[in-house]
Write a protein that binds this ligand. Sequence first.
Ligand SMILES: Cc1cc2nc3c(=O)[nH]c(=O)nc-3n(C[C@H](O)[C@H](O)[C@H](O)COP(=O)(O)OP(=O)(O)OC[C@H]3O[C@@H](n4cnc5c(N)ncnc54)[C@H](O)[C@@H]3O)c2cc1C
Ligand SMILES: *[C@@H]1O[C@H](CO)[C@@H](O)[C@H](O)[C@H]1NC(C)=O
Ligand SMILES: *[C@@H]1O[C@H](CO)[C@@H](O)[C@H](O)[C@H]1NC(C)=O
Ligand SMILES: *[C@@H]1O[C@H](CO)[C@@H](O)[C@H](O)[C@H]1NC(C)=O
Ligand SMILES: *[C@@H]1O[C@H](CO)[C@@H](O)[C@H](O)[C@H]1NC(C)=O
Ligand SMILES: *[C@@H]1O[C@H](CO)[C@@H](O)[C@H](O)[C@H]1NC(C)=O
Ligand SMILES: *[C@@H]1O[C@H](CO)[C@@H](O)[C@H](O)[C@H]1NC(C)=O
Ligand SMILES: *[C@@H]1O[C@H](CO)[C@@H](O)[C@H](O)[C@H]1NC(C)=O
Ligand SMILES: *[C@@H]1O[C@H](CO)[C@@H](O)[C@H](O)[C@H]1NC(C)=O
Ligand SMILES: *[C@@H]1O[C@H](CO)[C@@H](O)[C@H](O)[C@H]1NC(C)=O
Ligand SMILES: *[C@@H]1O[C@H](CO)[C@@H](O)[C@H](O)[C@H]1NC(C)=O
Length: 562
Amino acid sequence: MGALFFAFLIGLVYGSINVSEAASQYHAAAAKSGLSQWDFLNSTLGGRLQKGTPLSAPCFPVVDGKNVTVNSTACAIVQKGYADPLFRTSIFGAYMLPQWEGCLSEAQQCLLDSSNTSNPAAWTDFACSQGSIPPYYIDVRGPSDVQAAYAFSLATGVHLSIKNSGHDYKGRSNGRDTLALWMHNLQSIKHIKKFVPDGCKSSISYNAITLGAGAYFQLIYEFAETHNITFVGGYHETIAASGGWVQGGGHSILSPNFGLGMDRVVEFKVVTPDGEYRVANECQNEDLFWALRGGGAGTWGVVLETSQKVEPQLKLQVASISFNQTATNPGPFLKIVTQTALTWGKEGWGGHIGANNLIKVNPKLTLNEAIASMKNVSDYAISQNGKVTIETLPSWYAFFQKYVIGAQAAVGGISTLGTRLIPTAHFETKEGVNAIYEMLMGFLPVANPYIVVGTPFLYNYTKGSTSSTPAWRDSLWHLGMHENWQFNTTTAQKVAIYQSVSKVVQSVRDITPNSGAYFNEGDVYEVNHEQAYWGDNYPRLLSIKKKYDPHGLLDCWQCGGS
Ligand SMILES: Cc1cc2nc3c(=O)[nH]c(=O)nc-3n(C[C@H](O)[C@H](O)[C@H](O)COP(=O)(O)OP(=O)(O)OC[C@H]3O[C@@H](n4cnc5c(N)ncnc54)[C@H](O)[C@@H]3O)c2cc1C
Ligand SMILES: *[C@@H]1O[C@H](CO)[C@@H](O)[C@H](O)[C@H]1NC(C)=O
Ligand SMILES: *[C@@H]1O[C@H](CO)[C@@H](O)[C@H](O)[C@H]1NC(C)=O
Ligand SMILES: *[C@@H]1O[C@H](CO)[C@@H](O)[C@H](O)[C@H]1NC(C)=O
Ligand SMILES: *[C@@H]1O[C@H](CO)[C@@H](O)[C@H](O)[C@H]1NC(C)=O
Ligand SMILES: *[C@@H]1O[C@H](CO)[C@@H](O)[C@H](O)[C@H]1NC(C)=O
Ligand SMILES: *[C@@H]1O[C@H](CO)[C@@H](O)[C@H](O)[C@H]1NC(C)=O
Ligand SMILES: *[C@@H]1O[C@H](CO)[C@@H](O)[C@H](O)[C@H]1NC(C)=O
Ligand SMILES: *[C@@H]1O[C@H](CO)[C@@H](O)[C@H](O)[C@H]1NC(C)=O
Ligand SMILES: *[C@@H]1O[C@H](CO)[C@@H](O)[C@H](O)[C@H]1NC(C)=O
Ligand SMILES: *[C@@H]1O[C@H](CO)[C@@H](O)[C@H](O)[C@H]1NC(C)=O
């Protein structure tokens, strides 16, 4: 019954449905079927609705207040894979930052001890709760799955969530009692040398790859290596290139030369909440295209596919410098780093810098130039008995395999962060450099700084082409810090940690009052977040939100139109 009803409504045509009409007929059809709400939805999906459960549930004797039998085989698999991003991303009920497998405000969780996953205190001192794991999800395979979810949500009032890789820092890809759309299994990747955006004249074409929503960096980098091209993407194996990353901005340490993810995307295929399956690019639905380029994910529609530009294979100079941190040795290191930042920016370096280490790449310099450019900081690291490697690698993939997989931010442990974009002007004067240096020294008693040299510093931006804060365009650093906690940290301590991060970010805001922040990595309590994330673009974004989401079906924390 249900299946027939939906087949009629959707017409099995991937064009459009009238979501209002589908919703208004929904109750009658559900009643006629005699099925419960969820069983009816399941029948409209041909039996493909699935139950979401927290990753670590098999380890717990008490789950959602009920005594259950521990499954030690399943538990051992979770214990082994707990910190492995490839394992986590393959499981619906797992997030990279496992606090989002619980519900912070209600002190509900289902966590292992990430420092020792065999520690029984995790399941004897705590029970496992469903928390914010969506109780039901659809493993999305095409536009009609998304259209069915919209109609269901409008008819029943059940909220939707969209989960891709599960990297979000603010729990925007989960949601208590929501119906989730899981994008992970749409993993197609195609290289099209002359990609003409749909509806454009054939004179407009790009060397591009077309990606299913769930394709993530490790897969894409492998593919690019095989095809002798370079994909400009982020610093982690499992972030999906077409979800939160590209729609929120998307930094790469290649961005100083080649732009951000949002600069490089040339087409989206997206089901908007009015039920339409649309193509958005420079030749059609241009307003939606603009909103999706920096407006932040989870709010404009459900993206099924993107096409993004690629570069030829690149040879890279790589600098990896580190030393063991003491109470006093980060100071002189950070002094050199702040003093040299502008020169490095002009030379085309991108990278990540901490209190006692840096990893940077450069596609422009020769090896000798790279060694000379790094001399002061190398000398300092050596003086601290540290390690210096400066070498040429044949490709981004070679670099990624050798340097990133071991150094990327850990997952499975709990952390939060806050950041700010640091305008280039601060690095142009002695006073400015000093102010940045003093600010970084102020971080140290709390946590090490997280400096991303990943702004589009040398990239030739087409004004007005993206909707995120224009602060990206005249910033040199994306700067912030992380704080961590454990499975047994109390709610009061967690509150204090969030406040501590906000306080440090405020110290950065104070010296960069007219700048902005990166939507994906901002302070959870970002002050005046519309201004910080979108600046003057916000009013136009809001009108686009009303146009494509007339019923307000998509919503998330500090998202556009939330
Ligand atoms: C360990 C780690 C390393 C990181 N490194 C980088 C980095 O190098 N560069 C960088 O720029 N950022 C980085 N980030 C931040 C990352 O870009 C964001 O967390 C981003 O939102 C992840 O997007 P996702 O879709 O993969 O994750 P999810 O958590 O699955 O989704 C994030 C948001 O996007 C929405 N969404 C996901 N898919 C879709 C879709 N298909 N259609 C519509 N909405 C969708 C979700 O609803 C949610 O709101 C990192 C984060 C972590 C935790
Ligand atoms: C969708 O259906 C509703 C209710 O039947 C109707 O009012 C509305 O005009 C329709 N919208 C479109 C775009 O056809
Ligand atoms: C959906 O239906 C299928 C087939 O009847 C069943 O196997 C599955 O368990 C159902 N899903 C849920 C969440 O009940
Ligand atoms: C769960 O088991 C404990 C003993 O292990 C028992 O005291 C308790 O009553 C049980 N709870 C339920 C809901 O069965
Ligand atoms: C326990 O977990 C394993 C591995 O996931 C699974 O194959 C098995 O069916 C589970 N056993 C029970 C009783 O659920
Ligand atoms: C982890 O915890 C288990 C159980 O308490 C203990 O036996 C083991 O020694 C611990 N491992 C480490 C590395 O601390
Ligand atoms: C790979 O691309 C580079 C840069 O365009 C080119 O010089 C090289 O010949 C290509 N290698 C192969 C095997 O095609
Ligand atoms: C090294 O530091 C000295 C002294 O501050 C400075 O003059 C010089 O330009 C620096 N060299 C490089 C390569 O940055
Ligand atoms: C830090 O110290 C340890 C122990 O002396 C040493 O093995 C390691 O190589 C040092 N690391 C760096 C980056 O210098
Ligand atoms: C920058 O882009 C503009 C317009 O897109 C173009 O006219 C100009 O030549 C470009 N400049 C460089 C240095 O590539
Ligand atoms: C949390 O657990 C760790 C490891 O079992 C233990 O050392 C620590 O004392 C615990 N902290 C609290 C606040 O209970």
